[in-house]
Design a protein around this ligand. Structure first.
Ligand code: MG
Length: 352
């Protein structure tokens, strides 16, 4: 996207965790002024984020992205957020910092980017609900019994989107949608009752907003992240995208169904946490990150991911913390608790 618009963007800083070769390649391609590898620690990144910029694209996977995000907010006119975990675990903190510094949030997550495109702020009172669409993941049609022996290799293959391991597993358990419900709450200031989920396996409609007069506004596009990234980086203008375009003539049908709460209990957990508050949302996210990692390393089975999260939610003492340090320390507590639980084999494994 940035390479396609060299007249539009001057890149100040790029970072990666340990992909040194890819990073130096990207530095060449984008003519970025600085590049930072964070494998040895984030100090240099946090320091370099103190340059004033128009937009920061926050895409560090998981809760690890929270500190750099918070560091960038005071120095960025807008933040394009691609990673949902900091919003889920610390939405109040992130929003308060953005408000304080007048920093605009531009969602990149495809569903929220879609909602952002059709959510008319001046008609907020006439908005009946946000409808987040979900592909349903690769195991949409499987029974619980059939899901028992799903391997990490099967879970990281998504039918429509090409994504990293963590988000692919989240998509397969539908934890991704549960996290997105919470993300939508923080991004659009909507209560749980006004956020719905609809399974739409073709991933053509990326999400919708329903208004009181019965009108439903949707954003459609090919399942290609280049579109939401281009929208966010170009906002409020629209730039041309090098990505895939939608061809309606090749589309035979658009299918919709209610998410199955029995087979995918993650969605219910997401709503429960949102209703309970920030501490529950943080716990939900931390337990899930640990459980996904344990699954990818073959320490627990596929169904045990959500079972672990539910069991941690039931057992971990809840804290309501509001500072960055407090949130990071509570997050570490929940991770330790989840790891202990996994090690002790205390997660009940039941097959329906
Ligand atoms: Mg998404």
């Amino acid at each position: 996207m940035i390479v396609a618009h060299p007249d539009r963007f001057a890149v100040n800083l790029i970072s990666a965790h340990k992909k040194a070769l890819e990073l130096s390649d990207l530095k060449l391609k984008t003519s970025a002024k600085h590049s930072v590898l964070t494998e040895g620690g984030t100090d240099e990144l946090l320091e370099k984020l103190q340059d004033h910029v128009d937009v920061t694209l926050a895409a560090i996977v998981g809760m690890a992205g929270l500190e750099p995000l918070m560091a960038a907010i005071p120095y960025s006119k807008s933040i394009a957020i691609a990673n949902k975990e900091p919003l889920v675990a610390a939405g109040d903190l992130v929003l308060a910092a953005c408000k304080k510094h007048g920093t605009k949030i531009l969602p990149i997550d495809s569903e929220h980017n879609a909602v952002f495109q059709v959510f008319e702020e001046s008609q907020r009172d006439q908005i009946e609900r946000i409808i987040l669409t979900a592909s349903g993941g690769p195991f949409r049609a499987l029974s619980r019994a059939e899901m028992t022996n799903i391997t990490p290799e099967q879970a990281v293959k998504h039918p429509n989107w090409s994504m990293g391991a963590k988000i692919s597993v989240d998509s397969a358990t539908m934890m991704n949608k549960a996290l997105e419900i919470i993300e939508a709450h923080y991004l659009f200031d909507m209560p749980a009752e006004k956020i719905d989920v609809l399974v739409h396996p073709q991933s053509v409609i990326h999400s919708m907003v329903e208004y009181s007069d019965g009108s439903v506004l949707a954003q459609l596009g090919a399942p290609d992240m280049k579109t939401p990234i281009t929208y966010a980086l170009g906002w409020p203008e629209r730039l041309s995208s090098p990505g895939e375009k939608l061809d309606f003539r090749k589309m035979s049908e658009l299918h919709f169904e209610e998410p199955d709460a029995e087979r995918f209990p993650a969605i219910r957990l997401g709503y429960d946490c949102l209703r309970e508050g920030q501490g529950a949302c943080l716990t939900f996210n931390a337990a899930n990150e640990v459980a996904v990692d344990a699954f990818l390393n073959r320490r627990i089975g596929f169904l045990e991911i959500v079972e672990t999260v539910e069991s941690v939610l039931n057992d971990v003492p809840r804290q309501e913390v509001s500072t960055l340090e407090g949130i990071i320390s509570y997050d570490e507590d929940v991770r330790r608790f989840t790891l202990e639980k996994i090690k002790s084999g205390k997660v009940s494994h039941k097959v329906a």
